[in-house]
Design a protein around this ligand. Structure first.
Ligand code: DX5
Ligand code: ZN
Length: 239
């Protein structure tokens, strides 16, 4: 399918090189934006909608200034969720909890490049346990730090806001980083998917996909929408 022209002017960027949309776009609603009094409803919505993964943001108040939720919540969610659980660890020394999340039955474990000094070892360990391994990059971290590990990982997560909070505005420079990640993946023959997290909405989703994203995380724009299932549908079919 040919790529479509994208609205780079919206972020005052030079025109993007078009990347044909030869792949499905996956949607990963972020539970962080759900009503915590009604988490079961949020998980059911993900089960029954066109969402592909459920994104779970774990924050420790150290790596990021905020604290979100922890193992007891993930354990309860896991009992209800039929879709792959995509766990984004925003915690210091995330390797301390690889076993625990494995026991909870999560499918993808994403560690921050900035939080772990032995990523290679832990990516291998996550794989040994049968999970998919992802590496997340903060907005200030260049994509090329992944050069020697990208061929081993399943997910490159580009943070398009500073991690810690939902509802922030998309950082336009992230589009360049997505494109760089795509180029790195193509060059190295990596099978990694590019996941984009933070400030994703219907206005910028097309550009994000055109830059090379495979997976869109969306918190506020799903769970704060009047019709979350429709919001998921619209994001998934924006191109
Ligand atoms: C931010 C989290 C995101 C967040 C996205 O630190 O990693 O997953 O939930 O929320 P929105 O889509 O509202 O920016
Ligand atoms: Zn996240």
């Amino acid at each position: 399918m040919p790529g479509r022209l994208c609205n780079d002017w919206a972020y005052n960027l030079k025109p993007l090189k078009l990347i044909p949309l030869d792949r499905p776009v996956l949607i990963a609603p972020s539970l962080l934006a759900a009503d915590f009094l009604h988490l079961a409803e949020a998980v059911e919505l993900v089960n029954q909608s066109e969402a592909d993964w459920l994104h779970l943001d774990i924050m420790d108040g150290m790596f990021v200034p905020n604290i979100s939720f922890g193992m007891p919540v993930v354990e309860s969610v896991a009992r209800l969720c039929h879709k792959p659980m995509d766990v984004h660890l925003m915690i210091v020394q995330p390797e301390r909890y690889i076993d625990v999340f494995h026991q909870l039955g999560v499918h993808h474990l994403i560690l921050h490049y900035e939080a772990s000094v032995h990523l290679h070892r832990y990516v291998e360990y996550i794989h040994q346990l049968g999970m998919q391994a992802g590496v997340a990059l903060n907005p200030h971290t260049p994509v090329n730090v992944l050069k020697d590990i990208v061929h081993l990982i399943d997910i490159v997560l580009i943070m398009s806001v500073n991690p810690g909070f939902g509802g922030q505005a998309f950082i336009p420079h992230s589009l360049h980083k997505i494109r760089e990640a795509k180029e790195l993946i193509l060059k190295t023959g990596s099978a990694a998917k590019i996941e984009v997290d933070g400030g994703v909405d219907l206005q910028n989703a097309a550009q994000i996909i055109q830059a090379g994203a495979d997976v869109l995380v969306a918190g506020s724009n799903v769970f704060r929408a009047a019709d979350p299932a429709r919001a998921i549908h619209l994001l998934k079919h924006v191109l």
